[in-house]
Ligand binder design. Sequence first.
Ligand code: GLU
Length: 494
Amino acid sequence: MSQVRTRIAPSPTGDPHVGTAYIALFNRCFAHQHGGKFVLRIEDTDQQRSSEKSEQDILQSLKWLGLSWDEGPDCEGDFGPYRQSERSEIYSSHIEQLLDKGTVFRCFCSSERLDLLRQQQMQDKQQIGYDGCCVNLSAENIAAKLEQGEPHVIRMKIPEQGNCEFEDLLRGTISISWAQVDMQVLIKSDGLPTYHFANVVDDHLMKISHVIRGEEWINSTPKHLLLYQYFGWDIPVFCHMPLLRNPDKSKLSKRKNPTSIGYYAAMGYLPEALLNYLGMMGWTMPSGEEKFSQEEMTANFDISRVSLGGPIFDTEKLDWLNGKYIREDLNDEEFIQRFAAWAFKSDKVKMIAPLLKQRVERLSDVASLGSFFFSGELDISAESFAHKNIEADEILKIVQFTLWKLELIEQWDRDSIEKQLQELAAQLELKIRDFLFPLFVAISGKAVSTSVIESINILGIDITRARLRKALDVLGGISKKQAKSLEREFRDFG
Ligand code: GLU
């Protein structure tokens, strides 16, 4: 076998997700077990949703977990650049090859036409997809449109009949009817590639031998295989891993479970324990041992033993494992060091100190006043939220809307938080004091504490989200029906 090369290809469009780390771990183990290379490529073709901050957070979180890469945007290698936004010329020259071969076509359909088409297909309960209107435009027609600078995209042709059959390392032969596959846009009207095109071109040029990714990409694989065929390239081995699930078996989502790696770091999980836990998702050591390091996993790895039953990401099990690591792997000195490094990060302490200093009279007051900065979940109940001016329903609404408002913040800082909260208090027509009361309780566990805005800023979105969620839970939760009407009301605020 030629050199094994695997990759993780995250899109920097949000918080670093535990699912990304899970897929990265399996790719890294597989490559290193075969003496191969593990590559990190940033797929930032969606310029509107991609951000530098998200890229930084993803790289930093994977490193924190011990998932370093052999080639990537920060260390380069022989196949760079490793960031798709820096590879535009490569995609342009490659699409030219396919235009010459006639396996792709320019599509000049307006978005209005495509919208109407979609509506019609929905009404007729037909498969949604492009109808091929521009497939057979004459060369003269195309030349004239190009001359006039008409905006257009480039789509791939798809066989009209038959099935696409391919081998999956874990699932055997998969067969998908071509009728279900859309004539995918490969190049957008701004000249930039879509995920599908850039992903295939890069996997080939970066000599990726095994594409190990989440099962949500199975339905895209026919398009990818067809592109390999159009170019005349060898195909890599495909392996679609089972998706992580919530305890209720639904796809792991941040609505039900914290999914951001930052949350687990902020809660004081040890990276080696979290990584071990991700390794247990769908895989077990031959010995049945549940506690293992990445090196042990790599040494014993056998991808064919990945089980396809949806692995449940269960924080209780993770708590158990993390506790085991703390007790078994850290001596007292190491425990002190790890705790201090986690709790007293200098930037965090520097922000907390002035808030506490203003309020304490004795140093012994620091612990009780400031303990919520160093806690995970707080000990609160429905009674903690009882208030003379605000009804229980209103309290629930304040907490939920605050969560939604904070999730809109792109640049997390004190001023943005203050702006969102002030705006919300005005929209809800509440006195700021009344409005802030449930937030004090949810965030600090007490009705009176250090400034709630400063506290939210210091705690960060991950812990803040978890605390607001817990508040919603102890307040009795929100039914689906209630959530719908709250969403409507929130949207109307604009
Ligand atoms: N950029 C894709 C993602 O965000 C990569 C999918 C793949 O591995 O092909 O998941």
